[in-house]
Design a protein around this ligand. Structure first.
Ligand code: GTP
Ligand code: MG
Length: 284
């Protein structure tokens, strides 16, 4: 399967962001802590190149904490402000606001030199679909102001939201890019649920999930589904389908249902806190 999802609304959203980039002081890129490399959109990186940037490794509650910390070090060594967060947990608010504050230090100092008091400060929140941008905005604003949902493509248009500390945040629709340099990137983006499921062949995405996790966390499926996990991925899929009663009329295996169970269990954290990539795998 060729992983690709770049519908017209993403081109439109990219254009809207380009038009607004000059208005903002900071770009906050929300990435997924389970794939901190593959969930960084090169088009957004290029757009933000002259701006101060914060990257939020969001959904860290679903990722392997040790691996997440390796990623934080990796990005910090590149001079970026990188923090891990769970946008559904109010305990993370302070840390994120502190990072925004730090990113805004130069601008405040510049304003002060020019005698500007309480100058504006704007941040654009960007990222791939379903990364948690709108959830993060709701957390920071303390209100349910941005629409969120457990599927990609929820935010359709831009929305400015004012925080109590005077910062203006711009929520934007999630965007991918026209062509994945490497299909393994698209595959991981599909596994975490940032590509619309109805354009994917769920069985192939589930097999990708089985392959990556079997390699990185051997035995995880054995534990979760009480199967004997083997190197043959199709055999694992069959075993999980049987254990979960995914059988259609006539005794045929219902692969679609088995695939949905596996993907749902991974995405919701039921299989454990599991990362799909580590910094040492990145070829520079
Ligand atoms: N476990 C966990 N779930 C999260 C976190 N942040 C967001 N979510 C969930 O992820 C899903 C997507 O969140 P949204 O805020 O709608 O994502 P978005 O980036 O705005 O998505 P689009 O608008 O489609 O681009 C929702 O079901 C959220 O509840 C997090 O840190 N941890
Ligand atoms: Mg959104």
């Amino acid at each position: 399967m060729n992983y690709q999802w770049f519908p017209g609304h993403m081109t439109k959203a990219m254009r809207m962001m380009q038009e607004n980039i000059s208005l903002v002081n900071v770009v906050i890129e929300v990435i997924d802590a389970r794939i901190p490399y593959s969930s960084r959109n090169p088009s957004l990186i290029a757009m933000a190149k002259d701006k101060k940037e914060i990257i939020i490794l969001n959904k860290f509650d679903l990722a392997d904490d040790k691996v997440t910390d390796e990623w934080i070090k990796y990005y910090e060594s590149q001079g970026l402000i990188a923090i891990k967060a769970n946008s559904k947990d109010p305990k993370c608010t302070k840390k994120i606001l502190a990072a925004i504050d730090e990113a805004g230090k130069e601008k405040r100092e510049r304003d002060a030199r020019r005698g500007i008091k309480n100058g504006t400060f704007r941040a654009m929140i960007v990222g791939i679909p379903n990364a948690g941008k709108s959830t993060l905005i709701n957390l920071l604003s303390g209100r349910s102001i941005a629409k969120t949902g457990n599927k990609p493509g929820v935010t359709k248009a831009k929305q400015w939201i004012k925080l109590k500390n005077g910062v203006d945040l711009l929520d934007t629709p999630g965007v991918l890019w026209p062509k994945f340099e490497d299909q393994s990137i698209g595959e991981k983006i599909a596994v975490i649920g940032s590509i619309k499921d109805d354009i994917l062949i769920s069985e192939e995405t589930a097999l990708a999930c089985l392959r990556i996790l079997h390699k990185r966390y051997n035995g995880v499926f054995e534990k979760a589904y009480a199967i004997s996990e083997v190197d043959d991925l199709n055999q694992n899929l069959d075993a999980i389908a049987n254990k979960r009663g995914c059988i259609k009329k006539g005794g045929y295996v219902d692969y679609e249902r088995a695939a949905a169970i596996i993907l749902d269990d991974y995405r919701s954290g039921k299989l454990g806190r599991l990362s799909l990539e580590s910094p040492d795998e990145i070829k520079e």
